[in-house]
Design a protein around this ligand. Structure first.
Ligand SMILES: N[C@@H](CCC(=O)N[C@@H](CS)C(=O)NCC(=O)O)C(=O)O
Ligand SMILES: *[C@@H]1O[C@H](CO)[C@@H](O)[C@H](O)[C@H]1NC(C)=O
Length: 236
């Protein structure tokens, strides 16, 4: 689609924002990337997402779309042609299952992960680590059926669940540093750990996640945690 304008408002450390970049790379869509300072949000962000005032936002020919999973579905439905891989499966039941697991990631995985990172209460953090491991093991079980024997949740290529989960892999070093544990050694996830290796080598994922170096994320999150008491309210 020539002459169209695609802009992404995001932050390099956001697992939600990175999903949008993976989807755009996968579809081969050119986009302009704007890094937002979440302590000082741009007028464009506030106007584009007045309800939540959060990143990511996709602005397509001047029209904003918000919420990462909704954006990924919008991208999938907008850039369709035979040579573009589709992100959601064709079959309605398979689509429902993919949406179920993406929703599970947002409800369970993100929550447990955030508590490992930001909870100041030791017992709460320890419980969050247990929850996190349980969620990973559940996803390991899901992989066996959803992938239908392929390398990815999407089968032979990445799909909706891969896009939803892969961006979180950048933060695994943060979860490990803040939770003082080793994720793959503390969990029974033979399929998911292999998936993690494979998906990070997928070209769309690799290119999109290049802005979120895991070591830099640990440094940034440690700095952020230090400043937490100083009145900052951002929660990546
Ligand atoms: N459910 C949203 C979550 C987005 C989100 O939490 N964004 C965070 C950064 S990771 C944000 O913009 N925080 C700024 C704020 O809350 O003021 C999505 O999937 O897009
Ligand atoms: C906030 O952003 C505006 C516009 O980008 C900039 O002019 C201003 O200096 C920023 N303020 C702070 C405190 O960073």
């Amino acid at each position: 689609m020539a002459g169209e304008e695609v802009k992404v408002l995001s932050s390099w450390f956001s697992m939600f924002g990175l999903r949008v970049l993976i989807a755009l790379k996968h579809k081969g869509v050119e986009y302009a990337y704007k890094e937002e300072d979440l302590q000082n949000k741009s007028q464009l962000l506030l106007q584009s997402n007045p309800i939540h005032q959060k990143i990511p936002v996709l602005i397509h020919n001047g029209k904003p779309v918000c919420e990462s999973l909704i954006i990924v579905q919008y991208i999938d439905e907008t850039w369709t042609s035979s040579e573009k891989p589709s992100i959601l499966p064709k079959d309605p039941y398979d689509r429902a299952i993919a949406r179920f697991w993406a929703d599970y990631i947002d409800k369970k995985f993100y929550d447990a992960g955030s508590k490992i990172l930001w909870s100041a209460v030791t017992e709460e953090r320890e419980q969050a680590k247990k929850d996190f491991v349980e969620v990973l093991e559940t996803l390991d079980g899901a992989f066996r059926s959803v992938s239908k024997g392929g390398m990815y949740f999407g089968g032979n290529d990445i799909g909706f669940v891969d896009v939803a989960l892969a961006s979180f892999l950048c933060h695994f070093k943060c979860y490990e540093a803040f939770g003082e544990f080793k994720i793959w050694e503390s969990s029974e996830c033979p399929c998911l750990s292999k998936w993690a290796e494979n998906v990070l080598e997928h070209s769309s994922v690799k290119e999109a996640l290049a802005i979120a170096d895991p070591e830099k994320l640990v440094e940034a999150f440690q700095l952020y945690k230090k400043n937490l008491d100083a009145g900052s309210k951002l929660e990546p």
